[in-house]
Design a protein around this ligand. Structure first.
Ligand code: UDX
Ligand code: ADP
Length: 472
């Protein structure tokens, strides 16, 4: 049996679905790609003529959308129509950690995946390849398969056939277009060779064959989880050493460089910072911990849990350093927060370390002036107000923080500047000029090691850089 692929549907127009389908549309002009979502506002944003208003900021994305949109790339809420006509359906919906019920705080909430499978079961026609793109716990494909196969038995339609594949997405936000254009590898898991070949042929339009790996579906699902766990583990490792550097007189930048030049270790993902954020790392490790516990592997579970604990500790310790440096109280003091996104070149704030650090500082009564070149006031407000079991949400946060439109506005009249995201514009701050508008004594806390610390010092600012012992 061979597959003829003409129409593709992607369920979920988010950070994964949007950029991934845009690149597929660009690389495969002969295919029609429909990206569908239940969120009308999100689809409207994808369809806006002003490309600076796309729902996702990702370098290079708007150029591709402008080239392909309404030619072979469409964004729509008509889920039924586009599932019906699809030969291949990608599922790219959100899979956050469960907040209640069994596995709360660890397991992924699969309700959106299940809903997508049910939509496919209801509307699909003919032979359909169904591909999980979202990061998922191992064995999710079995759930999707069961829903699809049983729907077939129920409606007794012998013309319909489903083939479920796992094709995890490895793109990182901020570099998504490049990661999609030139992937390190493409992983396809499944048990039907023809379906695997159909997806492989799609990627062969721009990816070398030797970079396309195939495996059974469970290896594919698990590999994605483990890749993310290993990346997060490196960050927690280097962050743990940043604290040791501060205690011993070593400098984390020198240590990272020396360690990373060992070709067995490699130099990527060794930058210490305020801790990892983003929608994947924490969720995936929690998931891994949950799966290990489920299988009675408690030692393995606690090993990986430590990666999360270290990440939390790094954020907590940063707030404590700031508060103790500012004479143990930040009440009535103003602090400029530069950067709120979880990393540079994205407007995504999910799990951003800025959330916990800002909440800690607000809890202590600090007045925050927050600026991020890409994150909106509404999003910051949403993140700061969101209930969190670790935070006593008693303060009226709104009165204590102010949204700012520029570095100048955010730093005006402040006692301290705190750099949380490594945006390019923060690297070029002229401290001599900026220090004039700060209140003395003045502090700079650079958690990303990106600023000219010497210039800041010569401008009369007390400086602190993560992983450096020359404390204030
Ligand atoms: C990650 C994976 O890289 C990607 O393969 C997967 O598909 C999704 O999850 P993403 O979360 O978008 O991608 O960004 P990534 O570049 O991995 O950064 C994650 C976090 O780690 C950010 O908060 C970043 O600031 C932090 N980080 C990264 C460090 O603190 N130090 C580093 O050296 C690298
Ligand atoms: P990711 O980072 O995994 O792409 P996002 O939250 O950015 O996650 O995007 C997921 C998208 O999936 C959201 O826009 C959401 O509205 C959409 N979605 C969730 N469930 C469904 C569903 N059953 N049908 C269609 N779209 C869905």
């Amino acid at each position: 049996m061979s597959f003829e692929i003409n129409n593709i549907c992607c369920i979920g127009a988010g950070y994964v679905g949007g950029p991934t389908m845009s690149v597929i549309a660009d690389k495969c002009p002969n295919l029609t790609i429909n990206v569908v979502d239940i969120n009308q506002q999100r689809i409207d944003q994808w369809n806006q003529s002003d490309l600076s208003q796309l729902p996702i900021y990702e370098p290079g994305l708007k150029e591709i959308v402008s080239k392909c949109r309404n030619k072979n790339l469409y964004f729509s809420i008509d889920i039924e129509k586009h599932i019906k006509s699809a030969d291949m359906i990608f599922i790219s919906v959100n899979t956050p950690t469960k907040v209640k019920g069994i596995g709360a705080g660890q397991a992924s909430d699969l309700k959106w995946i299940e809903a997508s499978a049910r939509e496919i079961a209801k509307f699909a026609e003919g032979k359909t390849i169904v591909i999980e793109k979202s990061t998922l716990p191992v064995k999710t494909a079995a759930i999707i398969n069961k829903i699809l196969q049983e729907s077939n038995t129920e409606i007794n339609n012998s013309d319909r056939e489903f083939f479920v594949l796992s094709n995890p997405e490895f793109l990182a936000e901020g570099t998504a277009i490049n990661d999609l254009n030139q992937p390190d590898r493409v992983l396809i898991g499944g048990d039907n060779q023809e379906a695997i070949d159909a997806l492989k042929n799609l990627y062969l339009n721009w990816v070398d064959e030797n970079k396309i790996l195939t495996s059974n579906i469970w290896s594919s699902e698990l590999s994605k989880l483990i890749a993310n766990a290993f990346l997060a583990q490196r960050i927690s490792s280097i962050n743990s050493i940043s604290a040791l550097c501060e205690a011993t007189g070593a400098d984390i930048k020198d240590v990272s460089l020396a360690v990373g030049m060992d070709s067995r270790i490699g130099n990527k993902f060794l930058e210490s910072g305020p801790g990892f954020g983003g929608s994947c790392f924490k969720k995936d490790i929690l998931n891994l911990v949950y799966i290990c516990k489920h299988h009675g592997l408690d030692e393995v579970a606690s090993y990986w849990q430590k990666v999360i604990d270290m990440n939390f500790w790094q954020q907590k310790r940063l707030s404590e350093i700031i508060i103790s440096s500012l004479f143990g109280t930040i009440s009535e003091k103003k602090i400029a927060i530069l950067g709120f996104a979880f990393k540079a070149n994205t407007n995504d704030t999910r799990e951003s370390p800025a959330i916990k650090i800002c909440r800690d500082l607000l809890e202590e009564g600090g007045n925050l002036q927050i600026y991020d070149p890409r994150v909106s006031k509404e999003m910051i407000n949403h993140e700061l107000q969101k209930q969190d079991e670790n935070i006593k949400n008693n303060n009226d946060y709104k009165k204590l923080w102010k949204y700012c439109e520029s570095v100048q506005q955010a730093t005006y009249g402040v006692d301290a500047v705190l750099i949380l995201t490594e945006w390019e514009e923060f690297k070029n701050i002229k401290w001599q000029k900026l220090s004039k508008s700060m209140r003395s004594p003045k502090w700079l806390f650079d958690t990303r090691s990106i600023t000219d610390i010497e210039e800041a010092k010569s401008a009369g600012i007390n400086t602190w850089r993560l992983g450096n012992s020359e404390a204030i």
